[in-house]
Structure formats: structure tokens, C-alpha cells
Design a binder for this molecule. Structure first.
Ligand code: ATP
Ligand code: MG
Length: 382
């Protein structure tokens, strides 16, 4: 039976399978390797993944998102309060002080905890793997962020069990990336050699910035240190852009986007698109949105340099995390032989630049930024 690796991302998930010494990521029913981390509820059906993501705007109130970050937190936890304030969904406090997403499902009101939504997501991912493999899937390895506490790790294991999966191991995202790297790199020092190759694995995704300093030899990965900053993800940049355009549109069109959740969500999604375009272009990029609010079309523009200025304090957090990681590993930047990046937000030029400046060397892109974590998970028990 194959072992399957799941990169359970906050915004999107990937599934990798290890069969006969080959590791590959598989596609979902949309022929896409990325599966959105959304669960949507309707009058008759519940769905998870990309079909749920497609309802994020049309079925706004009943489409849940952001549950990975809320997993294992009590309703009153300050972090949970901040997370919930950034989400469009309606939340309630359950009798056990748990977080509940309030939705209408099968024409009734229902409350779902983050755990139940993770179960729905894992069930979906299991299904994607089973369709690709044309066989039943039980054994799996799941990735989680470095900053997950024990209670959150336990909840992922519980969710896997409820979804009918046997989770052989949980792997930190950056550890999974290191395993994938070790698999593809043929020029690592021999197992009996005295010196290992020191590599920094950096993952910046939707919710956080993570780094692991690892010492690699053939068939061995030693994690020297792992540090995470969960206040530095791609979404922080989207929120900055959102705030900027809310202010601009207040003056330009006398519209308060904050008043209309749907308009706010649409603007946020356009800000994310703009951010991605700015990764590949330095020129000014237009943003046009039809009927954003009160039947008004709106437009704005921004160039990469403006975004970098708006977000400079966020990018300044990168060397802070890296310094901590090196100090914990007890090595210097000069002793790092290679910097490997994964996660969607490492495509941002300012992020790459901050890494390059810190380590004084070019970034290496041995790994597939999106798929390496899932592949590392599939490899773990292959
Ligand atoms: P997490 O690891 O935090 O749980 P995730 O694994 O779902 O989240 P990723 O898929 O690694 O996150 O990355 C998603 C983030 O990367 C989003 O914030 C997205 O906007 C950002 N991103 C993707 N492509 C680009 C790009 N070309 N330029 C800038 N940002 C990008
Ligand atoms: Mg991730």
C-alpha cells in the first residue's frame, strides 16, 4: 500500500504519493495540484477543497476558511480573537469554550469546530489521493507548522483518525522540505564524513515565516534549530494592501468598504492578485473592480516599490527570525552552504532579497516551492 503525504496548508493543500521509489504530487478533480483549504455548506450538500473555495464570495457566510490557524485554540485565546476578527464567518463560543463556525446547512443552523472542518479537509485530500491511486488510502504523513503547540498537533492526529487515516507521523513543514531536498540531492557528504552540509530551509506561506537550519549527509537530516514567526505570512501583505485601498477609496469614491463584508472580501482577493503581479513586474499595475459597492466601479494602482514601502516593517522581521535560528543552531551565516526556499510567499522579490542580504549568497531553488512539503511527507515512510 502507498504512503501518502499531505501538506495541510492554511490556504491550499498538496497531496503527494510515493510509489515504487518515485514521489509525485497528484492532481484533484480540477486537474490542479493545489486544493483550496475551504469547506462550504449548502442547502443540500457540503463540499471541501477547490469547489468550496469557488463559493467563497457567492456563498460567503456558509463557506469556512482559516480553520487550520484556529485549530486547538480556545474561543477566548487572544490569538483566536485576532484570527476571528480577520475572517468573514460568524463565530460562536461553544459550551466547552471551543470556537464554532456558524453556518446554514441542510436548511438548518449548524456549528462546526475547526477540528471538524480539518476532518472534512483531510477526507477530501484522502479522496484526491484515492482517485489518483485508484486504491484505498490509509497510511499518511501530514505536515504542520513549527509553531503548532502540542494540543494542536494532537488535534491534527485526532482529525486524521476521524477521517479514516492512519497518520504515521506529523512533520514540520521545513523538516518535510529538508527530506525532499535530501532525496533529490546526490552530492551530499557521505554518512561517515566528518562535516555535514548546512542548509537553511525557509518556508513563507499564507500564515507564517518558518526557518530550519539543518545539517545534511547522505540519507540523514539533523535539525539544528527551527524558528517561526506566525505574524509574517503572505496574508499580512494582503491586509496591508487592503487597508491602503480602503483609505484610497474612502477619499476617491466616498465608499467605506468596511461596511460590506462581500466588498471587503472581493477587494482582499484583488489585493492578493495585485501582490502576485507585483512579484513579476516593477511597473505600476492597475486594479479595476466592477460594482465593488453600491454599484460603483473602482480602480486603483500600485507598483512594487510602493508595496515594499508599505510592508517594510514586515520584511524587517526576516533577519530577526534568521538571527534567532542561527544562534539556536550555534552556527554563523558563513557556515550555511545553501538556502532553500519553499512556500508561495518566497516568490516575493523583497523576501528573496532579505534572505540574500542576510546570508550574503544567492538563494537556491532546488525544490519545487509549492510541492516540496507534500513530497517530503510522502518520502518519510516510503
Ligand atoms: P501556511 O503554510 O501558512 O499554512 P499555505 O501552505 O497554504 O499556508 P502557500 O501555499 O505556501 O501557503 O503560500 C500561499 C501564500 O503565497 C499566499 O499568501 C499567496 O498570496 C502567496 N503567493 C503565492 N504566489 C505568490 C507570488 N507570485 N507572489 C507573492 N505571493 C505569492
Ligand atoms: Mg505551507
Amino acid at each position: 500500500m502507498s504512503v501518502v503525504g499531505f501538506d495541510l496548508g492554511s490556504q491550499s493543500c498538496y497531496v503527494a504519493v510515493a510509489t515504487g521509489g518515485v514521489i509525485e504530487t497528484v492532481t484533484n478533480e480540477y486537474s490542479d495540484r493545489s486544493t483550496g483549504s475551504y469547506v462550504s455548506f449548502g442547502q443540500r450538500l457540503r463540499c471541501a477543497g477547490t469547489s468550496a473555495k469557488n463559493q467563497a464570495i457567492t456563498n460567503l457566510k456558509n463557506t469556512t476558511f482559516g480553520f487550520k490557524r484556529l485549530l486547538g485554540l480556545s474561543y477566548d485565546h487572544p490569538l483566536a480573537q485576532t484570527e476571528m476578527s480577520n475572517l468573514i464567518n460568524e463565530f460562536v463560543k461553544t459550551d466547552n469554550n471551543e470556537i464554532g463556525y456558524k453556518v446554514r446547512y441542510l436548511d438548518e443552523e449548524h456549528i462546526f469546530t475547526p477540528l471538524e472542518l480539518i476532518v472534512a479537509m483531510l477526507t477530501k485530500l484522502k479522496n484526491v489521493a484515492e482517485t489518483a491511486l485508484q486504491s484505498k488510502v490509509t497510511d499518511c504523513v501530514i505536515s504542520i507548522p513549527i509553531y503548532f503547540a502540542d494540543s494542536q498537533r494532537r488535534q491534527v492526529l485526532d482529525a486524521a483518525r476521524i477521517a479514516g487515516l492512519n497518520c504515521l507521523r506529523l512533520l514540520n513543514d521545513t523538516t518535510a522540505a529538508a527530506l525532499a531536498y535530501g532525496f533529490y540531492k546526490s552530492d551530499l557528504p557521505n554518512a561517515d564524513s566528518e562535516t555535514a552540509k548546512n542548509v537553511a530551509f525557509v518556508d513563507m506561506g499564507y500564515t507564517g515565516f518558518q526557518v530550519s537550519i539543518c545539517a545534511l549527509k547522505k540519507e540523514s537530516v539533523k535539525i539544528l534549530s527551527s524558528v517561526a514567526d506566525h505574524t509574517l505570512g503572505g496574508r499580512e501583505i494582503d491586509y496591508r494592501l487592503l487597508q491602503h485601498f480602503i483609505e484610497v477609496f474612502k477619499v476617491k469614491y466616498r465608499l467605506d468598504i468596511n461596511e460590506k463584508p462581500k466588498a471587503k472580501l472581493r477587494l482582499l482577493s484583488e489585493c492578493e492578485k495585485l501582490k502576485k503581479l507585483m512579484s513579476a513586474n516593477t511597473t505600476e499595475i492597475p486594479m479595476n473592480i466592477e460594482c465593488l459597492m453600491n454599484d460603483r466601479d473602482v480602480s486603483g494602482r500600485m507598483k512594487r516599490a510602493d508595496m515594499e514601502e508599505l510592508c517594510q516593517d514586515l520584511f524587517d522581521k526576516i533577519p530577526v527570525a534568521l538571527n534567532k535560528a542561527l544562534a539556536n543552531a550555534k552556527i554563523t551565516a558563513q557556515e550555511i552552504a545553501s538556502i532553500e526556499i519553499v512556500g508561495g510567499s518566497t516568490r516575493i522579490p523583497a523576501v528573496k532579497q532579505a534572505l540574500q542580504t542576510f546570508f550574503g549568497q544567492e538563494i537556491s531553488t532546488t525544490l519545487n516551492q509549492d510541492e516540496a512539503v507534500a513530497k517530503g511527507c510522502a518520502l518519510q515512510c516510503a
